[in-house]
Design a protein around this ligand. Structure first.
Ligand code: PEP
Ligand code: MN
Length: 336
């Protein structure tokens, strides 16, 4: 059960409500986000909601039977729109496109990417400065120096930054240089990290774990929301299956299901989803037709020399053509 508290609820009214819930053997979790105050009640047995309805200070009450509550569509019918400022939004009518390299490699690379994005009116640049790599000997990212450079060039050109945060200790120092925090597939259930990201006022994109279920992804999002941050994006990036003809199995089914179950915007990542450059475009377009609100794609001036994930990275010329097709496909989806 979710109780939306009214803005001007008094401490006394809140006390009466919590006592009433306790009488009904309902465990109350008080949640304060950047937008609202809620009580998530976990009843042990069935109860009559009418017994709460006449108390003061309540704006609305909803029964939510899902394991996840605040991220469920059962209580919030309108889709969440994430506003990044400067008229950049995710989850609205238009498709949001995020593009850029797998890893930030240096100033020149940032400049060529920014120029490519500006030319194509793409408002969000991706790029990792802390890279989760299977081998400890692989390139692991430029860290804070790279992030500061990345943010400087982007902010000067009206572009928003999405980058991966790998551990709790990085959150604070990164926050001033990030517009969206990315939680990678390997950290999808790092609950300590999710707790901390719930306490910052920056959007968080959570990628689905390699073997994560849809319910687990939603439960991860619930961690962020219940810690106070409503600005969450869910990302389908492929799961590990028995199939090894491609890097991962992009689970397109997850997109309409996530849209049905949650009010949060859904992002599709076809680059990691299939892992093969020649098929990234097809899967991106398919993702849009499945209802994704945003696409995140790896692009590079010269993928052949990219420090990571070159095999799944689009050339800028390829990406340029794809952006147009993606926007057209969004129109088609909307008229569907
Ligand atoms: C990435 O976005 O480059 C990345 C490492 O993604 P994932 O966590 O989905 O593997
Ligand atoms: Mn990558």
């Amino acid at each position: 059960m979710i109780i939306q508290l009214s803005k001007n609820i008094t401490t006394q009214e809140q006390g009466i409500l919590i006592n009433k819930l306790s009488d009904l053997k309902i465990k109350s979790n008080i949640i304060s986000t950047q937008f609202k105050n809620y009580i998530v009640g976990i009843p042990k047995t069935d109860f009559d909601m009418r017994s709460l309805g006449n108390l003061n200070g309540i704006e609305d009450i909803h029964r939510v039977s899902d394991a996840y509550k605040l991220v469920s569509k059962k209580w919030k019918v309108n889709n969440t729109v994430i506003n990044l400022g400067d008229n950049v939004t995710i989850g609205g009518n238009d498709l949001a496109i995020m593009a850029g390299p797998c890893s930030i490699e240096g100033e020149e690379q940032i400049e060529t990417t920014v120029a490519h994005l500006v030319k194509n009116n793409i408002k969000i640049m991706r790029g990792g400065v802390y890279k989760p790599r299977s081998s400890p000997y692989a390139f692991r990212g430029m860290g804070m120096d790279g992030l500061k450079m990345f943010y400087k060039h982007c902010s000067e050109n009206g572009i928003k930054v999405i980058t991966e945060v790998m551990q709790v200790s990085q959150v604070e120092e990164m926050a001033d240089y990030v517009d969206i925090f990315q939680v990678g597939a390997r950290n999808s259930q790092n609950f300590n990290l999710l707790d901390v990201l719930g306490q910052v006022d920056k959007p968080v994109m959570i990628k689905r774990g390699m073997s994560g279920t849809i319910e687990e992804l939603l439960a991860s999002a619930e961690y962020v929301f219940s810690n106070g941050n409503e600005k969450i994006l869910l990302c389908e990036r492929g799961i590990r299956t028995y199939e090894n003809a491609y890097r991962n199995t992009l689970d397109l089914n997850a997109i309409p299901i996530l849209k049905e179950k949650s009010h949060l915007p859904v992002v599709v990542d076809p680059s990691h989803g299939i892992g093969l450059r020649q098929h990234v475009g097809t899967m991106a377009l398919a993702g849009v037709m499945c209802g994704a609100d945003a696409v995140i794609i790896e692009t590079h001036e010269n993928p052949e020399i990219a420090f990571s994930d070159g095999q799944q990275t689009l050339y800028h010329e390829q990406a340029e053509k794809l952006y147009q097709q993606l926007n057209q496909t969004r129109q088609l989806y909307k008229s569907f």
